[in-house]
Design a protein around this ligand. Structure first.
Ligand code: AMP
Length: 575
C-alpha cells in the first residue's frame, strides 16, 4: 500500500536509527513511527534537550528508549549506567525497562528497573554486574544514591517520564536531588501528559534550550470529523480480547474493521476472534498484494465479517458495507482516530466507532473529544448476564425464522412419539436447549472488571493548567474530605469515590506517597485517580474511584507496604 502512504510519515530508518534497532522494531511488528516518535527521535539523537507533552499510549516510551539505545555503544564495557529514566510507579518502571530491553536486545543492552517493595539486594547484585540503563522510581533511586550504590557519573541522558505524575506523588525534591547528582553535561528529556507551571519550572531549571513537542495539537477541524456514534470502554489490557468479543456479540456489526498497533497484535487478535466464531481476516504491511486482494475480496463477498488491520495496511481502503470501526487501542494521535472513524457513517449510513481504552488512557479519549468536539460515551462492557440475554434473544429469533420458513414436517414424528410420554412443553424446551447450545459461540463466563471513568468535576487537566496542576491529589479541596483536628476522619466521601481503610498508619512510617505509589503501581489507577488521603497513627484512609475499589483491595493482597502485608478494606462506620 506504499502508494497510499502519505509522504510526511517517515520510516524508522529515516529517523536516523541504526539497523539493529530498525530490525528489532520490524520483529516487534511496528510498521511506522507514531507522531511523538517521528518528532522526538531526530532531535533526541542530535543531542538536544526535549520537553514533550504526551500521554500514555502515544508511543512515548519508544520515543525516548530508541535514542538512548542509538547513543549506546554496542556491548558496552563500562558497568556504570549511561542513562537514567525516572518514572512515578513501580509498574511503569517494569514496563519501561521491559520495553528498553526488548528494543535493545540486539545491542546487548543491560537494563535494570529499581523500585521500592523489591528486595534491595537483588538490585545491588545487578548494579554490581554492570548496567547500561537504569529505570527507577525517585524514592528508591535516592536510597541507592545515599548508599553509594548507584554510580551516576557516566550518565549521559536523563529522562523524566510522566513528570506531572511524579510531582503529584510528592517526588519534586527527590527529582531535584537526583538531577544534581548527574553530570551537568548530560542531555535531559522530560515527558509529561500535562504542562502545568511546576513542570515548566523544572524544565527551566534543568533543561537547556529544549525542543518542545506537543502531540495533542488540535490540527483537525471539527467539521472534518464524521458523525458517527462514538463509544469507548475502559478495559484492563488482559481482558481486552474477551471484551471485544462480547461487545461485538451485542453490537452484531455487518462488517467491522478493528485497528491494532502492530502486526503481531493483528495476527493474535485475528486468531482469538476466529476462535470466538467470527470470520476474521488479518491485514498488515507484511502481506503481499495478492494476499491483501484475497482478504479484501472475502470481505466484499461477505465471507468475512471482521477485518483486523494496522493503520498502514488499511490506508486507502474503502469498504462500502463497513458499519463499525473498532480501535483495539486508543490511537497514538487524535488525527489518526479521525481518519479511522471516517471510514464509517458515510452518505448518511449508520456508523459506530468503538474504542477500547486501558484505564490509564482515559486522558487520550478526552484529548480526542476536545479536538473532534464530539462526545465519546463511556459504556460498560456487557456483563455475562447481558450476553446470555442477547444469546437467548438470538436463539428465539432463529427459531421464529425457522417456524416462518416452514418445512418442519420431517420432524413431526419425533415430536409426536416424544409427546406420547412427555409434555409437549418439555419437548419444546429440550429442542430449544439443543438449538441454543449448538449455536456456536462458546459460553464465556468470565466477568470483565467494570472500571468507571474519573467522576465529573474531577476533569482531566485539559490545558495543563487548572485543578490537577495545583498541589497533590490528596490535598485537593473536597467537601468533607479533610477530617478534624483531632485526627478523626471526615465522614463524607467525595462523589463517585469510595474510602478504603488501610491497616497501617504513621507509626508504621506510612506517607501519602507510599499509598499512592502502591496503588498506582499495582492497579490500573493513576496517582490522579486517587482522592483524599488521611494518615492516622495506626491506620490510614484513602479515597479511590468506586469502580476501582475492588481492584485495589485485591491488588494490595499481593503486595507489601514498607515491607509488610497490609490489609485494605472498605471503610465501615456508623453514620
Ligand atoms: P506508550 O505510549 O509508550 O505506553 O506505548 C503504547 C503502546 O504502543 C506500547 O504497547 C508500545 O509497544 C506500542 N507502540 C509504540 N510505538 C509503536 C509503533 N511505532 N507502532 C506500533 N506500536 C507501537
Amino acid at each position: 500500500m506504499s502508494a497510499d502512504q502519505p509522504a510526511d510519515v517517515p520510516a524508522f530508518v529515516d529517523l536516523g536509527l541504526r539497523s539493529e534497532l530498525v530490525d528489532a522494531l520490524a520483529t516487534l511488528g511496528y510498521e511506522e513511527p507514531t507522531p511523538i516518535q517521528a518528532e522526538a527521535i531526530p532531535p533526541f539523537i542530535q543531542g538536544r534537550d526535549l520537553l514533550g507533552q504526551a500521554a500514555t499510549g502515544t508511543g512515548k516510551t519508544a520515543a525516548f528508549a530508541l535514542p538512548i539505545l542509538e547513543r549506546m555503544e554496542k556491548d558496552r564495557a563500562s558497568g556504570a549506567p549511561m542513562a537514567l529514566v525516572l518514572v512515578p510507579t513501580r509498574e511503569l518502571a517494569m514496563q519501561v525497562s521491559e520495553a528498553i530491553h526488548r528494543y535493545g536486545r540486539p545491542l546487548g543492552a543491560r537494563v535494570l528497573p529499581i523500585f521500592g517493595g523489591q528486595p534491595i539486594s537483588r538490585q545491588l547484585q545487578a548494579l554490581r554486574r554492570g548496567i547500561d540503563v537504569v529505570v527507577a522510581t525517585p524514592g528508591r533511586a535516592i536510597d541507592h544514591i545515599n548508599r553509594g550504590t548507584l554510580p551516576l557519573d557516566e550518565v549521559e541522558v536523563v529522562v523524566l517520564d510522566e513528570a506531572d505524575e511524579m510531582l503529584d506523588m510528592g517526588f519534586a525534591e527527590d527529582i531535584e536531588a537526583i538531577l544534581t547528582e548527574t553530570p551537568p553535561t548530560r542531555q535531559t528529556v522530560l515527558f509529561s501528559a500535562t504542562m502545568p507551571g511546576r513542570i515548566n519550572a523544572i524544565a527551566k531549571r534543568h533543561l537547556t534550550d529544549p525542543v518542545r513537542i506537543e502531540i495533542a495539537r488540535p490540527t483537525v477541524a471539527s467539521g472534518d470529523a464524521p458523525k458517527v456514534r462514538q463509544t469507548a470502554y475502559l478495559v484492563p489490557r488482559s481482558h481486552k480480547a474477551a471484551a471485544l468479543g462480547r461487545i461485538l456479540d451485542v453490537e452484531s456489526p455487518t462488517a467491522a474493521i478493528v485497528f491494532c498497533r502492530t502486526r503481531l497484535e493483528v495476527d493474535e487478535l485475528t486468531e482469538t476472534m476466529n476462535g470466538r466464531g467470527y470470520r476474521a481476516e488479518a491485514l498488515h504491511g507484511g502481506m503481499d498484494q495478492e494476499q491483501r486482494d484475497r482478504v479484501m475480496n472475502r470481505l466484499r463477498a461477505a465471507t468475512a465479517d471482521l477485518l483486523v488491520a494496522t493503520d498502514v495496511a488499511a490506508r486507502g481502503l474503502d469498504i462500502d458495507q463497513l458499519t463499525h470501526v473498532v480501535n483495539f487501542d486508543v490511537p497514538s494521535a487524535p488525527e489518526s482516530y479521525v481518519h479511522r472513524i471516517g471510514r464509517v457513517g458515510r452518505a448518511g449510513r449508520e456508523g459506530v466507532a468503538i474504542t477500547l481504552a486501558e484505564p490509564r488512557q482515559h486522558r487520550m479519549l478526552k484529548n480526542i473529544e476536545r479536538i473532534t468536539k464530539q462526545k465519546i460515551a463511556i459504556e460498560k462492557v456487557p456483563t455475562v448476564a447481558d450476553l446470555r440475554t442477547r444469546r437467548m434473544e438470538l436463539t428465539r429469533a432463529t427459531l421464529e425464522e425457522m417456524i416462518l420458513e416452514g418445512g418442519l414436517d420431517p420432524y413431526r414424528t419425533v415430536v409426536e412419539t416424544l409427546a406420547d410420554e412427555y409434555d409437549v412443553m418439555e419437548v419444546a424446551l429440550a429442542a430449544v436447549k439443543l438449538a441454543h447450545e449448538s449455536s456456536g459461540a462458546a459460553a464465556d463466563e468470565e466477568e470483565i472488571p467494570d472500571i468507571q471513568p474519573r467522576p465529573e468535576g474531577k476533569a482531566w487537566d485539559k490545558d495543563g493548567k487548572g485543578k490537577g496542576a495545583k498541589g497533590k491529589p490528596w490535598d485537593k479541596d473536597k467537601p468533607g474530605a479533610k477530617g478534624d483536628k483531632a485526627g478523626r476522619p471526615a465522614r463524607g466521601t467525595s462523589e463517585g469515590m469510595t474510602r478504603l481503610y488501610v491497616a497501617a498508619g504513621r507509626s508504621a512510617g506510612i506517607r501519602p506517597g507510599d499509598l499512592v505509589g502502591a496503588i498506582a503501581g499495582e492497579t490500573d489507577l493513576s496517582g490522579r485517580d486517587i482522592g483524599s488521603i488521611e494518615i492516622a497513627d495506626r491506620f490510614s484512609l484513602v479515597e479511590v474511584p468506586e469502580g476501582g475499589a475492588d481492584q485495589v483491595i485485591e491488588a494490595m493482597k499481593r503486595t507489601t507496604l514498607k515491607g509488610k502485608k497490609v490489609t485494605f478494606r472498605r471503610e465501615r462506620y456508623e453514620s
